[in-house]
Design a protein around this ligand. Structure first.
Ligand SMILES: C[S@@+](CC[C@H](N)C(=O)[O-])C[C@H]1O[C@@H](n2cnc3c(N)ncnc32)[C@H](O)[C@@H]1O
Length: 259
C-alpha cells in the first residue's frame, strides 16, 4: 500500500531528502537542578527516550520517509512547495505515535498538517499510519519544533496549532522545560494568521492551569471559552487518554484564536 501511495505522490514537488544529522540536537543539558552550560542553546522540552523501531516502522521510514519527511534547515519553509498545494496549514508539536494526527488528517483532507516529533519510533509510527490510511496531507519534521518555529515558519501563515498532551514535567524543578510558556506562546501566536487557532490539551491539572494563565495573558490571543473549552469533535480520544479517563483523571482542552 505504501508503494502505491508513494507512486501517486511522485509528481508532488515536495522536498525528498531525509533530515541530515544535526549536531545541535546533541546538546541536551543534563536534567536536574544543574544550570545549563553557557554553550547549551536553551533548555529543551524533551529528553530523547530510547525506543525500539519495529520492522513495520522501519519499512515505512524507507518507503515513505523520502516523501513525507522534511529536512530541517534554518531557512523559511515554502509551505506550498512542501505540500505540493496551497491549503490552510496546521502545525502539530509532539505527535507521539501519531494516533490523533492521522485521525484528524483523515477527517480534514482539505487541510495540510505540518507535524513535529523528536521520538524516532513515533515518526516511524506516523509514517506507517500515512501508508495504511493513504494520507497525503501530512509532512513531518523529525526535529525540535521550537527550531522549526524559530527558523522555518513565517509570521501569519498558520491556520492552527495543535499541542496535545505535551510532556507535563511534573516536578517543580523541571517545570521550566514545559512548552507552554510566554515566549513560545508569543511565537505561536505570531505565526498564526488572524482567526487561526491554538488548541492545547492536557491531563495534568497544574499544567492546565498554567496553560490557561499563559494563554490568557497573551494579547494576540482570545479565549473561545470562558475558561477551558469543550473537547472539539476533531480531537479523538486516544488510547492513552482513555486509560487516564478510566482511572478518573481529568482532561482539559484550551482553544484560543488569533485576534
Ligand atoms: C506526552 S507525549 C504526547 C504525544 C501525543 N501528542 C499524544 O497525545 O499522545 C509528548 C511528545 O512531545 C514530543 N516533544 C516534546 N517536545 C518537543 C519538541 N520541542 N519538538 C518536537 N516534539 C516534542 C515528545 O517527544 C513526546 O513524544
Amino acid at each position: 500500500m505504501g508503494r502505491r501511495l508513494a507512486r501517486s505522490l511522485q509528481s508532488a514537488p515536495v522536498m525528498m531528502t531525509l533530515p541530515a544529522n544535526d549536531p545541535a540536537q546533541d546538546d541536551d543539558p543534563p536534567s536536574g537542578d544543574a544550570p545549563p552550560h553557557p554553550l547549551h542553546r536553551r533548555l529543551k522540552s524533551f529528553v530523547r527516550r530510547a525506543g525500539r523501531t519495529t520492522d513495520g516502522q522501519a519499512r515505512a521510514f524507507a518507503e515513505l520517509g523520502p516523501i513525507f519527511l522534511l529536512p530541517y534547515r534554518a531557512e523559511p519553509l515554502d509551505l506550498e512547495a512542501a505540500f505540493g498545494r496551497a491549503a490552510p496549514t496546521v502545525l502539530e508539536i509532539g505527535f507521539g505515535m501519531g494516533e490523533a494526527t492521522a485521525h484528524i488528517a483523515a477527517l480534514k483532507p482539505e487541510t495540510n498538517f505540518l507535524c513535529c516529533e523528536v521520538h524516532e519510533p513515533g515518526v516511524g509510527a506516523l509514517l506507517k499510519r500515512i501508508g495504511e490510511q493513504q494520507l497525503t496531507n501530512i509532512r513531518i519534521f523529525a526535529h525540535d519544533a521550537v527550531d522549526v518555529l524559530d527558523h522555518m515558519l513565517v509570521p501569519g501563515t498558520l491556520a492552527g496549532v495543535h499541542v496535545f498532551f505535551p510532556d507535563p514535567w511534573h516536578k517543580k524543578r523541571h517545570n521550566k522545560r514545559r512548552l507552554i510558556q510566554p515566549p513560545l506562546v508569543r511565537k505561536l501566536a505570531e505565526r498564526l494568521a488572524p482567526g487561526g487557532y491554538l488548541h492545547c490539551a492536557t491531563d495534568w491539572q497544574p499544567y492546565a492551569e498554567q496553560m490557561l494563565e499563559v494563554l490568557s495573558q497573551e494579547p494576540l490571543l482570545r479565549n473561545t471559552a470562558a475558561a477551558y473549552a469543550p473537547k472539539p469533535d476533531y480531537r479523538p480520544l486516544t488510547k492513552f487518554e482513555n486509560r487516564g479517563l478510566k482511572l478518573g483523571h481529568g482532561v482539559w482542552d484550551l482553544v484560543f484564536v488569533r485576534v
